[in-house]
Ligand binder design. Structure first.
Ligand code: CS2
Length: 466
């Protein structure tokens, strides 16, 4: 079967597949995107595609994979074209966005990336490099390119971090300007680092999805993805070119003065629930999030966690509607969002997702039973074997030391809690000192070990007032 590329684009079935309209060959990328994972390609690339279709010619993307070469090269062979399957309540439809004009791999060709940062046509850098990607290596790459812009007398750039981190724009700015000197002063004066919150559930591609693409498109597509209909991008009004705000807004992006209410609601309600279900699912041997939320005891737990332990501390007032929409999104049967994908890098994700709520509940003298259950199931998850006795891989930069502790103390809840709940990198400075917290986590872990995770969850649900 021929592959999807610019020569075969016209072979796509005419009905039901949205294809790029812009004259792509004559576009120069205005956006350099770092982190060519599934998320960007099914979220921002579609926003930029919409802007291109509306005649805003500078939103074409040069996509950079940080390390892996396979996908970047496959997409290059396909002229940056790939299909996205969108699953809504109305059914499934396919779309081929045309925003991705070029791909590179940072580890293989850092020169190309540096040149792209310094290119006169580049106006924005967007980043989805994951929580663990904000390293000195990233700072060095960005600073080299920005130094060239400074020397060439070019304008600064808007650099938008789109990772699930709180205050992500400010963090990126701090990383890029950590070294004092003329370059950092220029970056501060000429570049803009908006905070932003991005949301769309985009599972990693699977062989089944590639097969579905083949069937629907009549073409091979190594970059095919699936996602939900919902998407949200909330960005702080802080751009080098002030016209970018209205342009983005015209494509459905929400431009605001303060992203924090959106970002904290998303991190703690969506991502916090995701991490809890990921650990629970892994321990119970459930494959995907829809299986978790389809289990009544888990659904009740997640609903209660969000309503009583997380939402009270959010400034987003419309949280009940947001919560209900999330429960529906988690249940989307087409997404097949792997629990192990979400559990990946948990040590980097948990600090942003659970402790902020637990600290506030404790300070207010309110219940923490569900958040403590999250921590307990994570400790159990670290053992790397589910309740059916099947082993799984814990993918995490801290997997080795954390798993060694979890295994060393397996079966002894008090010792596990002493060893693992005292890690400030995961839980922050105050939680490990709080006896109410450690006691609650230990009790849950004891029950999980004694009766199994699902039965322990039933006990918790039964003991919780609705
Ligand atoms: C997930 C997110 O993998 C994870 O950690 O919680 O990727 C989540 O699907 C997105 O943030 C949704 O916008």
């Amino acid at each position: 079967m021929p592959s999807l590329n610019r020569h075969t684009l016209h072979q796509l079935p005419e009905r039901g597949v949205r294809v790029p309209g812009a004259d792509r060959q004559h576009l120069t990328p205005g956006v350099l995107h770092l982190g060519l994972g599934a998320f960007h390609r099914a979220h921002q690339a579609l926003v930029f595609d919409q802007l291109l279709q509306a005649g805003h010619r500078h939103w074409g993307v040069h996509g950079v994979a940080m390390r892996s070469t396979t996908l970047a090269d496959a997409l290059a062979r396909q002229d940056g074209l790939y299909a996205v399957q969108v699953a809504s309540q109305q059914g499934l439809h396919w779309q081929v966005p045309g925003a991705l004009l070029r791909t590179s791999v940072a580890a293989r060709e850092p020169e190309v990336v540096r040149q792209a940062i310094a290119a006169p046509g580049t106006r924005w850098i967007t980043l989805t490099v994951t929580e663990k990607g904000y390293t000195s290596e990233l700072a060095a790459l960005l600073r080299q390119g920005l130094a060239e812009r400074q020397q060439a007398g070019l304008p600064g750039l808007t650099l938008a971090s789109c990772d699930n981190l709180s205050d992500n724009g400010r963090r990126l700015q701090a990383l890029c300007t950590a070294e004092p000197g003329a370059l950092s002063d220029w970056i501060t004066a000429h570049c803009a680092f908006p905070n932003s919150m991005v949301d769309r559930i985009v599972p990693a591609a699977t062989p089944e999805r590639l097969q579905a693409a083949r069937q629907a498109l009549g073409l091979d597509d190594d970059g095919a993805l699936g996602t939900e209909a919902f998407w949200e991008w909330v960005i702080e009004r802080r751009f080098v070119d002030p016209d970018d705000g209205p342009a983005l807004a015209s494509a459905g992006v929400t431009v605001v003065d303060d992203v924090r209410p959106f970002e904290e609601a998303k991190l703690r309600l969506l991502n916090g629930s995701h991490s809890a279900m990921a650990c629970l699912g892994a321990v119970l041997g459930l494959a995907v999030i829809a299986d978790c939320i389809g289990t009544p005891a888990i659904r009740q737990f997640v609903h209660s966690l969000m309503s009583h332990e997380v939402a009270p501390h959010l400034s987003r007032r419309d949280w009940p509607a947001y919560r209900d929409a999330l429960l529906a999104r988690f249940g989307n049967p087409e997404l097949k969002h792997s629990v192990h994908q979400i559990a990946t890098d948990s040590s980097q994700k948990i600090p942003l997702r659970w402790p902020p709520s637990a600290e506030r509940q404790l300070a207010a003298g309110q219940r923490i039973s569900h958040l403590a259950f999250c921590a307990a199931i994570y400790l159990r998850y670290l053992r790397g074997v589910n309740e059916l006795g099947q082993p799984y891989t814990v993918n995490d930069p801290l997997a080795e030391p954390l798993q060694a502790l979890a295994r060393q103390h397996a079966g002894d809840a008090a010792a596990t809690v002493r060893a693992l709940l005292t890690q400030p990198a995961l839980w922050g400075p105050s939680l490990p000192q709080d006896a109410r917290w450690t006691r609650a986590v230990q009790q849950h872990l004891e029950r999980i070990q004694a009766v199994g995770a699902l039965a322990a969850l039933h006990e918790l649900n039964a003991a919780t007032p609705a």
